[in-house]
Design a protein around this ligand. Structure first.
Ligand SMILES: Nc1ncnc2c1ncn2[C@@H]1O[C@H](COP(=O)(O)OP(=O)(O)O)[C@@H](O)[C@H]1O
Ligand SMILES: [Mg+2]
Length: 238
């Protein structure tokens, strides 16, 4: 078992206000991890700190045996860390195709890769994107935007994908499609996935490992097959 991403005593803050402390994580290549916790505990901040859009104020982040603690967000994207932020953040005035093309920036200067446009497997995973490729992203439904945000992250050919509440505010039928695509992204593309997810049942069926956050710290972690979601729920519910 190879460690893909390692966090050691990671800390972060917004100005004077500390948000993360002493976060340790060990993410095994090929695994799926659920990061769970109440609103406001620091889950999004942790993902942003891993991708480098939020400043690391202490500790160390190692990705594929390289210390990336001081690397820029672009440098980490090029190293293979993909991110779908909470709320998706597609570019509303760009078309679907233009949004996907933005994702190719992560390939710039990467060794051993040729940049040959948006790979077919992205349209295969999200057939809807083919139909709406010329539409402005701001006109899409929440589910379509989420598929676009996932497609854009995949265009950068990540080996690690961080997803912040991908099913939030999306209708159940589309949630099923997204779940199905995430499973294929794991099995067919071999991408390691860390997902922040409110629905514990989905977290449990999708991930083999879980981490629970409270007030900026990891308070518990383990294997989803060793415990039920119900046994963990009290750490997550108000
Ligand atoms: N841009 C920001 N500036 C200042 N404080 C923030 C900012 N974003 C989040 N916070 C605060 O940091 C804490 C953690 O937020 P967040 O990481 O979004 O939690 P979660 O994703 O678990 O809901 C909260 O107290 C939140 O109010
Ligand atoms: Mg959040």
């Amino acid at each position: 078992m190879t460690t893909l991403l390692k966090l050691e005593k990671v800390a972060s803050a917004y100005g004077q206000s500390k948000v993360l402390w002493d976060v340790d994580m060990d993410i095994i290549q090929g695994s799926a991890i659920a990061l769970i916790g109440r609103n406001g505990v620091g889950k999004s901040t942790l993902l942003k700190t891993i991708v480098g859009v939020q400043k690391l104020t202490g500790g160390k982040i190692t990705f594929r045996d390289q210390d990336v603690s001081a690397a820029s967000a672009h440098g980490r994207a090029r190293a293979g860390i993909g991110f779908v932020p909470q709320g998706r953040h597609v570019f509303p005035h760009l078309t679907v195709m233009e949004n996907l093309t933005v994702g190719l920036a992560a390939l710039t200067g990467r060794k051993g890769l040729t940049q040959s446009g948006i790979a077919d497997h992205i349209f295969d995973l999200f057939p809807k994107l083919t139909q709406i490729r010329a539409r402005k992203a701001g006109l899409l439904s929440g589910g379509e935007q989420q598929q676009l945000a996932l497609g854009r992250a995949l265009a950068g050919q990540p080996s690690l994908l961080l997803l912040d509440e991908p099913t939030e505010g999306i209708q159940p039928s589309v949630v099923k499609q997204i779940e199905h695509a995430l499973r294929r992204i794991r099995t067919e593309l071999g991408v390691t996935i860390v997902i922040v997810e409110q629905y514990l049942d989905f977290a449990w069926s999708f991930a083999e490992h879980y981490y629970v956050m409270q007030r900026g710290q990891i308070v518990r972690n383990g294997n989803t097959k060793d415990e039920t979601a119900a046994e963990i729920a009290h750490l997550v519910n108000i």
